[in-house]
Write a protein that binds this ligand. Structure first.
Ligand SMILES: Cc1ncc(COP(=O)(O)O)c(C=O)c1O
Length: 330
C-alpha cells in the first residue's frame, strides 16, 4: 500500500544568495503555459500524455557566467531551438512558434531568474492532452522552459572511464535518437546506470550492428594518427550541437576530421578519445573496458580542443562570439 509521504523541504540551491539565485528551486522562474511563473506553479496532471507515454522532445542548453565581464552567455541558443522545433514536428506537433520566438522565451526565462552563475536550461515541447491512448496525432501540446544553476555533470579534466554497454542504442527505425524524444531516454538511462553500477563513469553505446554510436548522453570523438574521427549521423547518434562546435574548433586549428563508423576495438587502439555534449561539455576518456586509451592520459588534441571550447563558451575567445547570446540582466 502506498503511504502518504511527509512534505519534502524544497530543494536547496547550492549556489543561492552569494550568486543572486533564489534560495529554493520553487522560487525559480519557469515559462509554463504561456506565462512566466514560479517553479512551484509549473505543474502538470499525472494524466498528461507526455507523462504517461514519454511523448515530448526536449533540449539541454547551458549558459556560462563570465565573472570578469559580469555577463551570462547563452550557448548556441538558436541551434538548440532549431533542433527542438524540428523534433517537435517529428512528433506531429504543428503550429509551432518560429525559432526567433523560442529563443526569445529561453532568454527571457534565464533573464528573469537573475543568475550570476553557470546555468542549465531545459526547454520541452510536450503532449499536454489528458486522454488515454498511444498515438501522436491530434493531440494538443505545450512548451515549457525551466532554468537552474548547474555545474559539471561528469569530469572535464582528468578523464573518465567507460564500459561498453550491453544495451544497444535505440535504432532510428524504432525510436530515433536524433529526435531527443523524452521516452527514448529510458534507453540512455539503462546505459548510464549499468555503467555507474559497474564502477564506470559512462557507457560506450553501440548501434544494433555493433558500431560505436555515442555515450549515454554525449557524442564521441577518437583520434587516430592525428585525424579526428566521429561516427556519422546515420549511426543512431543525436546530431549534437557540441559535436558541430568541436568540428568548428578542429577546422580553426587545422585538425583533419573524418565522419565514419568506428569499431569498438578501434577505440582500444586509438590515440585519444573524448566525449562532448551540453551536459558533459568536453570530457576526456582515458579508459574503455579496462584498456587504457593513449596510455591512459589526456591526449594533446583533446586538451587543445577542450581548452579552446571552455574559453569560447565563457566569452573569452572573440573568434567564437557568434556561439553566444549575452543574457540581459534582470
Ligand atoms: C543521447 C545524446 N547524445 C548526444 C548529446 C550531445 O548533444 P548536444 O551537444 O546537442 O548537447 C546529448 C545531449 O547532451 C544526448 O542526450
Amino acid at each position: 500500500m502506498l503511504t502518504e509521504k511527509p512534505k519534502a523541504h524544497p530543494a536547496t540551491d547550492p549556489h543561492s544568495d552569494a550568486h543572486g539565485s533564489p534560495a529554493s528551486m520553487d522560487d525559480l522562474v519557469a515559462y509554463f503555459q504561456g506565462e512566466y511563473v514560479p517553479m512551484r506553479d509549473a505543474k502538470v496532471s499525472v494524466l498528461t500524455h507526455a507523462f504517461m507515454y514519454g511523448t515530448a522532445v526536449f533540449e539541454g542548453i547551458r549558459a556560462y557566467w563570465n565573472e570578469d565581464q559580469g555577463v551570462l552567455y547563452g550557448l548556441k541558443l538558436r541551434e538548440h531551438m532549431e533542433r527542438i522545433r524540428r523534433n517537435a514536428g517529428m512528433l506531429l506537433m504543428t503550429d509551432l512558434p518560429p525559432v526567433d520566438e523560442l529563443v526569445r522565451v529561453v532568454v527571457e526565462t534565464i533573464r528573469r531568474n537573475g543568475f550570476r552563475t553557470d546555468v542549465y536550461v531545459r526547454p520541452c515541447f510536450y503532449k499536454s492532452g489528458q486522454s488515454i491512448g498511444v498515438k501522436l496525432h491530434n493531440l494538443p501540446h505545450e512548451f515549457v522552459v525551466v532554468a537552474l544553476p548547474f555545474g559539471n555533470y561528469i569530469d572535464t579534466e582528468a578523464g573518465v572511464r567507460l564500459m561498453t554497454s550491453s544495451w544497444r542504442r535505440n535504432a532510428d527505425d524504432a525510436l530515433p535518437a536524433r529526435g531527443k524524444i523524452v521516452g527514448g531516454y529510458v534507453n540512455m538511462a539503462f546505459q548510464k546506470s549499468e555503467a555507474e553500477l559497474n564502477g564506470f563513469d559512462e557507457a560506450l553505446v553501440l548501434t544494433a550492428d555493433g558500431h560505436a554510436s555515442e555515450a549515454s548522453a554525449a557524442n564521441m570523438f577518437v583520434v587516430r594518427d592525428g585525424i579526428l574521427l566521429t561516427p556519422p549521423v546515420n549511426d543512431d547518434i543525436l546530431e549534437g550541437v557540441t559535436r558541430r562546435a568541436v568540428l568548428e574548433l578542429a577546422d580553426a586549428f587545422g585538425i583533419p576530421t573524418e565522419f565514419r563508423s568506428i569499431d569498438r576495438s578501434e577505440i582500444y587502439i586509438a590515440d585519444e578519445m573524448f566525449l562532448c555534449g551540453t551536459g558533459v561539455q568536453m570530457s576526456p576518456v582515458v579508459e574503455l573496458d579496462h584498456r587504457p586509451i593513449g596510455g591512459g592520459a589526456v591526449g594533446p588534441i583533446t586538451r587543445q580542443l577542450s581548452e579552446a571550447y571552455f574559453a569560447a563558451v565563457r566569452g573569452k575567445d572573440s573568434r567564437f562570439a557568434h556561439w553566444l547570446t549575452p543574457i540581459p540582466s534582470r
